[in-house]
Ligand binder design. Structure first.
Ligand SMILES: [Zn+2]
Ligand SMILES: [Zn+2]
Ligand SMILES: [Zn+2]
Length: 324
């Protein structure tokens, strides 16, 4: 999976309809869990793309996801933000210049310090308590080793647990006992994902037809990075030498915003797009997909037989002649 390439898509994500196709192609079986991305918010990873939580919660049924269970992420008690940073400080002076130390406690006088505070003999063994000057002989009887603790470098206090505070991205402070929780669904892919099959099937028929008839290289559902560095999913990317052209399928449910999506892909990628679209929708979508810039193939039924001639002709003219 080209994860590095896809993480770029955190800001403006690819359309969820395209992600469905990619999910279907990759046969995603695992759970889709929310993750906190520091400084950015909560995201789901779908087919390798990080999609903002609101976008997924609004449209998850359209991408054939179903809720399997929930998980809670800690949140700010003031504003509910899940972007929290843990801060630790000294319980005495409340500053936060701390060092980890290996603690020693002298039972008789009650002094506790780091092991390096105690006076040692020539072999490095503990010899005397720095506070009372008495000698230390037997661990567990004269002195104890309770383990690792902290030393405040500013006031010198020694302690086992620092003060903990959580700071949200809006600078609110929350303690652990007051922390809030935000519940998010964990998704799995539903059986309805099968509904994406007809488009994927058509793309595979297109691939076979073009490779066979025109001997061009065709990649189905290829992830490509644009000039804006955003990653796009191209339904079919066709290459022959240095010539590149893309094919995109819009179905009968596609609307103006889907058409706009194709336009922004084309602009950002700088590639010519051949758009196969529903005959009924063609008139409406032509307002956005200007036929001067896009090759439109309207069809009543999306079958390879219906589009073969126009598709071959369009790809041929772009890849081999460059004059339309
Ligand atoms: Zn807050
Ligand atoms: Zn201190
Ligand atoms: Zn002592």
């Amino acid at each position: 999976m080209k994860s590095a390439e896809r993480v770029v898509a955190t800001q403006a994500s690819p359309s969820l309809k395209d992600l469905v196709l990619l999910l279907f192609k990759e046969g995603i079986e695992q759970e889709i869990t929310p993750v906190q991305v520091p400084g950015l918010g909560v995201y789901y990873t779908l087919a390798g793309f990080q999609i903002q939580v609101d976008n997924v919660l609004k449209h998850y049924r359209d991408v054939f996801l179903e809720v399997k269970r929930y998980v809670s992420l800690p949140s700010c008690s003031v504003c509910g933000s899940t972007s929290l940073r843990l801060e630790i400080s000294c319980p005495s002076c409340r500053q936060s210049d701390l060092l980890r130390v290996d603690l020693v406690v002298h039972y008789e006088c009650g002094f506790m310090g780091g092991v390096e505070d105690f006076i040692r003999d020539t072999q490095g063994l503990l010899e005397k308590c720095p506070k009372c000057g008495r000698s230390l002989k037997r661990v567990g009887i004269d002195y104890g080793r309770p383990g690792l603790g902290f030393r405040c470098q500013l006031c010198g206090a020694i302690f086992q647990y620092p003060l903990t505070i959580l700071r949200c991205d809006k600078d609110h402070l929350t303690t652990l006992d007051k922390i809030g929780v935000e519940r998010y669904p964990v998704f799995t892919v539903s059986k309805d994902l099968q509904k994406a099959r007809p488009i994927l099937d058509l793309l595979q028929r297109i691939q076979a037809e073009l490779e066979h008839s025109l001997n061009v290289e065709v990649e189905v559902l290829r992830v490509v990075k644009g000039r804006s560095r955003m990653a796009h999913i191209v339904h079919a990317l066709i290459r022959s030498g240095d010539k590149v052209v893309a094919v995109e399928i819009l179905d009968e449910r596609s609307d103006i915003s889907d058409a706009m999506g194709v336009v922004s892909k084309a602009v950002d990628l700088g590639i010519h797009f051949i758009v196969i679209l529903d005959e009924e929708k063609a008139l409406e979508l032509r307002k956005v997909l200007n036929p001067d810039y896009f090759t439109l193939i309207p069809t009543r039924e999306r079958t390879i037989e219906n589009i073969r001639d126009l598709l071959l002709e369009s790809v041929y003219s772009f890849v081999f002649e460059k004059s339309v």
